[in-house]
Design a protein around this ligand. Structure first.
Ligand code: S3P
Length: 444
């Protein structure tokens, strides 16, 4: 298994970059496109592993998809227009978003479909999805009711549901929204705030979806069985991928970075709010709308004097994929930072709260870990000058990228296992790291 070896801190830089397209929007554009009538053209779709799993899965379900001159062409067959053989198996690889959202689109399937995933995905909770989808009328078979592999069988006799989403999970909310598209009548969702790309996408396509925003919850009403017209779309840069480079810049000396065309949807910018509270001073310029989403260029400079934070829990869901790098910033900040109600972080591609705390301890940062909380005792003089080995057992892309950033700003000799797993979400990551000036090596 290839490993990344890094043994030099990054030198001062001043660069402009584009990160790969947003993972959440890429998967949504493909899945919603698969239900539309006609040819969709999707630009800037990343060829990350999660997106390739989505494309392969949809092809198995009879959707024609190909790339021509960097544009993805997808031929939608209309609502529930999947066309496939009996006994098919779809492998979602590492992608929780694809697997969970797809199930919402399969509740009317006439034959059983098997869904499986890699080792990490097979450990994750699917009952949070199968419970509401059963209420629509779908049936499921799996060994322990909770995990992949599972089999789904749909029904002709779907009924709309009332669903309370309490976790702040956009995947649960979106799976139910997609299920509602195929269901007669009105589905009503009361969802704790989480990323709202599915809602915005369907609104942009002028589908009958109503969103009533409350302080902590959104009420979403969708009327089903309305045809979706094919569409053109362009995927903006991923704010979660940007977060690695923003952190790299903040923690490097005398450096400056501009990230162009990033998605700054309010439900995704918890990270920016948190780091600005820590003294980061990130600026968003050239703000504009594109296909119902907000974009901007993100400008950031090094920051020597980061402050600790008592992180407001209302940011948790809007920054859920960024906590690994927020912890690195807290490690270098002055004072004690505290983060609470982060149980969901241990239910990602790996138990991230636990693994992040292990990495922090390895580099000499004092921490106090609870089941869903962490206190980080920041040290503005933090330097690492020993060998650090990162065994990324679950091949978690974000753990790999977190370790690369830590090695470049704190020093030491780092050996990071599963060198290629960053490709799940951010295939250009190492190329951009090199462009910014890092020298890394691969070892066996
Ligand atoms: C995602 C939602 C989040 C996030 C994941 C992508 C989505 O998961 O962690 O990377 O695209 O809906 P949860 O819904 O489990 O919070």
């Amino acid at each position: 298994m290839a490993k990344i070896v890094i043994q030099k801190k990054i030198k001062a830089f001043n660069k402009v970059i584009n990160v790969d397209g947003d993972k959440s929007l890429s998967i949504r554009s493909l899945l919603i496109g698969s239900q539309s009538y006609g040819i969709c053209k999707i630009r800037n779709l990343p060829k990350s592993e999660d997106i390739l799993s989505t494309i392969e899965g949809l092809k198995k379900l009879g959707i024609k998809i190909y790339f021509k001159k960097k544009i993805c062409f997808l031929y939608g067959n209309g609502l529930n227009g999947f066309n496939y053989k009996k006994n098919i198996t779809i492998n979602a690889g590492n992608s929780g978003t694809f697997a969970r959202l797809l199930l919402g689109l399969l509740i009317k399937s006439p034959y059983e479909i098997k869904l499986e995933g890699d080792r990490s995905l097979s450990k994750r909770d699917f009952q949070r999805i199968t419970d509401p989808l059963k209420e629509f009328g779908a049936t499921f078979k799996s060994k322990n009711k909770r995990n992949l592999p599972l089999k789904i069988l749909g029904t002709e006799f779907l009924r709309p549901i009332k669903y309370l989403e309490k976790r702040g999970s956009a995947q649960c909310k979106s799976s139910v929204i997609l299920a509602a598209l195929n269901t007669p009548g009105k589905t009503i969702i009361n969802a704790k705030k989480s990323r709202n790309h599915t809602e915005l996408f369907l609104k942009h396509l002028k589908m009958p979806i109503k969103i009533i925003r409350k302080k902590k919850y959104d009420i979403i009403e969708i009327s089903g069985e309305n045809q979706i017209k094919s569409f053109n779309y362009e995927i903006p840069g991923d704010i979660s991928s940007s977060a690695f480079f923003i952190t790299l810049t903040l923690l490097s000396k005398n450096s400056k970075l501009k990230i162009k065309n990033a998605n700054i949807n309010q439900s995704r910018t918890g990270f920016i709010k948190i780091i600005n509270m820590m003294g980061a001073n990130v600026k968003l310029t050239n703000k504009r709308n594109l296909y119902g989403e907000q974009l901007a260029d993100i400008c950031v400079n090094s920051q020597k004097n980061l402050k600790s934070i008592n992180c407001p829990v209302e940011f948790n869901s809007n920054a859920i994929d960024e906590f690994l790098v927020i912890f690195l910033l807290a490690a270098k900040a002055k004072g004690i930072s505290s983060f609470r109600k982060l149980e969901e972080l241990n239910k990602k591609e790996s138990p991230r709260l636990k693994l992040a705390s292990k990495i922090l301890k390895k580099i000499g940062v004092k921490i106090k870990l609870g089941s869903g909380s962490i206190k980080i005792f920041g040290n503005p003089k933090l330097i690492v000058n020993k060998n650090i080995f990162i065994n990324n057992y679950y091949k978690d892309h974000r753990i790999c990228m977190m370790a690369v950033i830590a090695s470049l700003v704190f020093g030491g000799k780092w050996t990071i296992s599963d060198a290629n797993c960053y490709k799940s979400s951010f295939p250009s990551f190492l190329r951009l790291i090199k462009k910014i000036g890092c020298n890394y090596k691969y070892s066996k």
